[in-house]
Design a protein around this ligand. Structure first.
Ligand code: AMP
Length: 122
């Protein structure tokens, strides 16, 4: 999918709209989700133009990949969630209900999150 630089996270990266920043390095930005689904709900996004984890994994440089993953650890440290635990997920594409077409990880924490997914009807 072609990257659309008018998506809301691209606007946040350009400083055109504000965010509640938690952490930033050269390759990633982390900020609080505007509609948190858990007591702690932070989004981590790469600074490069990647629609999904698939594109990011395939197309990002090693430096970008490393910088992004270092940011994830730094966010966990910043939020103090490592000991109690957390969950990271990334929605991708139609079946994944991805709403914003700029790759992001959801970092969810702050309570017992229960099992990851409910049993599904096959
Ligand atoms: P999804 O693309 O489905 O993985 O989810 C996109 C997430 O972005 C949702 O959890 C939204 O609440 C969140 N979101 C949308 N706009 C903003 C914004 N301006 N600032 C922070 N979070 C946002």
């Amino acid at each position: 999918m072609a990257y659309n630089d008018q998506n809301i996270f691209a606007k946040i990266l350009r400083g055109e709209i504000p965010c509640d920043k938690v952490y930033e390095n050269d390759y990633a930005l982390a900020f609080r989700d505007i509609a948190p689904q858990t007591p702690v709900h932070v989004l981590v996004i790469p600074k490069g133009p990647y629609v999904s984890y698939v594109e990011f994994s395939e197309q990002a440089s090693d430096v970008e990949l490393a910088g992004f993953m270092r940011a994830v650890g730094a966010v966990a440290a910043e939020l103090g969630i490592a000991e109690a635990g957390s969950r990271i997920l990334s929605n991708q594409g139609e079946d994944g209900h991805q709403e914003v077409p700029h790759f992001h990880l959801h970092m969810l924490a702050g309570k017992n999150l229960g099992r990851m997914i409910k049993p599904i009807d096959k």
